[in-house]
Design a binder for this molecule. Structure first.
Ligand SMILES: O=C(O)COP(=O)(O)O
Ligand SMILES: [Mg+2]
Length: 335
């Protein structure tokens, strides 16, 4: 497996890749100094090393929120970096845990923000939910605690759903009757839902009281990346709430879980020649590590430089192979 880090190892005469392998496979047996060095700051690389890095992969999988954009604003330089990868002939996939849009909407958003993207290159959790239910031949109805993005993807594969939009809290909300439940519901899907409410939790948990009812979640991200000090709770907040009141565990489809991993495996990627870019260690980097990809963490989203330092000090895996402040910084290293 010829990877960038083993090139660095030769150049620096320092065993970066062995440190990483031993950290991952055999636990933290290496010295603190070696461990800390295991995350390579690409900004400290020479031009030749950056070139080696760029030559070490053919496929780029990138996270979206926090790497390419935050809300509706592109992160400076990200589009140029992604378009540069494309110019170099790299295959590109946008792999997002965000469930609020259908794939064509993600492609339009990307295009508007300056990225080159087609629907076929988008792998979103809304799509994965539809892919999963279609794959198991699901014919019942979905109770959806989520957005229209999932609803539209379900519709595209012929799966019926209810629940999207506000379900207002009434003064006597605790007196909800079983007649308010739809007997055709055979699955509860939890994704991001800006209209989350107590009646929705009651309905989700009541459907899930039947063991036959499937329980699926898009992702468990704790927070959305946000510029500024306001915390925007992520889908994990809703999943945990439904898990708590239903006393069940959801099957989670998004990064870093098995379903998305298997999906990517079925795309015929060569793990040794694939780079995963992310802004979050416990989803993006974890997925990359589990799949055997190289991993690049950018500090423009959820993980701050302080968070990374803490993870390195506490020796908390998964850690990325390389790090950059933001994806756009790559271009100044090659020009
Ligand atoms: O929307 C989310 O929760 C995360 O989306 P991302 O995977 O593109 O960061
Ligand atoms: Mg992200």
């Amino acid at each position: 497996m010829i990877r960038f880090l083993s090139q660095i190892q030769r150049i620096n005469n320092f065993c970066y890749s062995n440190v990483i392998v031993s950290n991952r496979v055999r636990g933290f047996s290496t010295s603190d100094t070696m461990f800390k060095s295991a995350v390579f700051n690409l900004q400290e690389a020479s031009k030749d090393q950056v070139q080696e890095f760029l030559n070490s992969f053919d496929t780029v999988l990138t996270d979206c929120d926090g790497v390419l954009w935050i809300d509706n604003n592109a992160i400076s330089g990200s589009a140029d970096a992604m378009n540069y990868f494309r110019k170099l002939g790299k295959k590109i996939f946008y792999v997002t845990n965000n469930s609020t849009k259908i794939r064509s909407e993600f492609a339009s958003k990307a295009t508007q923000l300056g990225f080159i993207a087609s629907q076929e290159e988008i792998l979103s959790t809304a799509y994965l939910v539809a892919h999963y239910l279609k794959g198991i031949g699901f014919t019942k109805k979905v109770y959806l605690l989520g957005s229209n993005g999932i609803g539209e993807e379900l519709k595209a594969v012929g799966v019926r759903h209810i629940g999207v939009g506000p379900d207002h809290v009434k003064p006597d909300f605790k007196s909800m009757q079983p007649s308010e439940l739809d007997p055709e519901v055979g699955a509860v899907v939890v994704g991001f839902d800006e209209h989350v409410s107590y009646p929705k939790f009651m309905k989700a948990a009541s459907y899930l009281a039947s063991e036959q009812c499937l329980f699926i979640a898009t992702n468990t991200d704790e927070r959305f990346p946000k510029a500024g000090s306001i915390v925007v709770p992520g889908t994990g907040t809703l999943v945990r709430a439904v898990e708590t009141c239903s006393e069940r565990k959801a099957l989670v489809l998004g990064k870093p879980h098995n379903y998305v991993r298997k999906y990517l495996e079925s795309c015929g990627l060569n793990p040794a020649r694939t780079l995963m870019i992310g802004d979050r260690c416990n989803t993006d980097i974890e997925l990359g590590v589990r799949c055997g990809f190289q991993t690049l963490l950018v500090l423009s989203g959820v993980t701050s430089p302080k968070d990374l330092e803490k993870l390195r000090n506490e020796k908390t895996p998964p850690l990325p192979d390389v790090v950059l402040p933001k994806l756009g910084d790559l271009l100044s290293l090659v020009s």
